[in-house]
Design a protein around this ligand. Structure first.
Ligand code: SAM
Length: 406
């Protein structure tokens, strides 16, 4: 009995009820020797209450300098972010486009308050020079909003390194429509657009929070190449019928991190999971994606680890098998959203493909475990280790399963 229990304990922790496909297991248990870079070390001694991952990517010196310089004018929070955003608009050609969501006038009005201050302008221009495309604007947004933005609201951004790895799993298809239905600050759309720079793409973003749609609009206006068009909307994904009518069944790829664990008693277009009794925003996100994707379309998204392993989601997984091909699962370490979202909820990256017909799945499936993601997982650790997620997303076996190489 004891030895049976011991054998059970050695089984991999992720199981998925798919019987036929050949499965291999990629495990990245080793953590490479190494010490954090100076920038990271500096960030770890940074401002109380501000995200370490944020400081890591935007730089402690410039974030502290801008924060302090703007505070002298009583400019904090959203207004402080608007100053930086307006400086981007002022100096980049993006200012010439019409914005539907981003509050351009408010931004310029706030920038005008400090426009005479050479020190503030020099800090702003240093930030622009280091990141001309504004890739880090979502990080700056979180930086200025701090805990008020993330705590309990579920509104936090996926760390860019995770979004970059996820974008690598999506096959490139010229002329495709790529969507993030809960786009937040647009990190996924921005990373996908960077990856497919030379291919024509249509980017579609939506979020229930208007300011976040505005942030996505700004980020894409600054970073998307001219062969990428983008369309944005602001609506409740689960209650949107008319808004998404034109896209239904036409989207080729979805990259997303939907809200987890929000109870939903009503949805505009109940799918099979709703009919089975699932009432959480994460599970029902799969219903929405099935409805939006074209047959053969890919979904690469973050979902709670419990959906992949817990018995209470058996029926959900059976439904997934009926309508989707499983391409792969990456389990992420606990704490991957701790510093940006203040949550220890475990999440996995799921790659699913909407079935073309009723055929049996024949291709390989990857299961991978990423113990490190290239940034600290809690506020005590200064040790980063290697970025095993990056290794996984570049592994030819994974890319073969993902369909990005054939
Ligand atoms: C975990 S955040 C992820 C944001 C972004 N996709 C990213 O990864 O950085 C979830 C996002 O879903 C949005 N959201 C929550 N409920 C929503 C709903 N019912 N419809 C559309 N968006 C929603 C939130 O405003 C938030 O931006």
């Amino acid at each position: 009995m004891a030895s049976r229990r011991a054998r059970q304990n050695h089984k991999p922790s992720v199981r998925y009820p798919i019987r036929k496909p050949r499965v291999f297991w990629l495990k990245e248990d080793g953590i490479a020797n190494g010490t954090p870079s100076r920038a990271v070390q500096a960030s770890l001694n940074g401002l109380d209450g501000l995200s370490q991952t944020a400081e890591q990517s935007i730089g402690t010196a410039s974030s502290v300098a801008l924060h302090n310089a703007l505070r002298r004018y009583g400019i904090e929070g959203e207004e402080a972010f608007l100053v930086l955003a307006a400086r981007y608009l002022d100096t980049r050609k993006a200012a010439r486009r019409d914005f539907s969501f981003f509050p351009v006038e408010r931004g310029f009005a706030t920038l005008n308050i400090v426009a005479h201050d050479k020190q503030v302008l020099s800090i702003l221009d240093g930030i622009l020079a280091a990141d001309p495309q504004g890739r880090e604007l979502p990080t700056w947004y979180q930086f200025f909003f701090g805990r008020r933005f993330r705590e309990g609201s579920g509104k936090f951004f996926t760390p860019r390194m995770v979004a970059t790895a996820m974008a690598k799993l999506l096959p490139v298809q010229p002329g495709a429509i790529l969507m993030d239905p809960t786009c937040g600050g647009g990190t996924f759309l921005c990373e996908a657009s960077r990856r497919w720079r030379d291919t024509q793409y249509q980017l579609v973003g939506n979020d229930v929070d208007r300011m976040l749609v505005g942030l996505t609009e700004l980020v894409l206006a600054l970073s998307a190449p001219t062969n990428h068009s983008f369309a944005l909307s602001c609506c409740n994904l689960y209650d949107a019928d008319a808004e998404f009518r034109n896209l239904r069944g036409k989207v080729n790829g979805i990259l997303a991190n939907p809200p987890f664990s929000l109870p939903l008693e009503h949805v505009a277009k109940p799918g099979e999971l709703f009919a089975l009794g699932y009432r959480n925003s994460d599970a029902l996100f799969l219903d929405v994606c099935l409805d939006m994707l074209a047959p053969g379309g890919n979904l690469v998204c973050l979902l709670p680890h419990s959906l992949v392993v817990n018995a209470e989601f058996d029926q959900l997984r059976r439904m997934v098998e009926r309508h989707w091909e499983l391409c792969g699962v990456v389990t992420l370490p606990e704490g991957v959203f701790y510093l940006t979202g203040n949550t220890t909820t475990r999440a996995d990256i799921l790659h699913l493909r909407k079935k073309l017909g009723r055929h049996q799945q024949t291709h390989k499936v990857f299961f991978a475990n990423a113990p490190t993601v290239g940034f600290p997982l809690n506020s005590r650790t200064t040790y980063l280790g290697e970025n095993s997620l990056e290794l996984i997303a570049g592994d030819p076996r994974v890319l073969e399963c993902a369909g990005t190489v054939r």
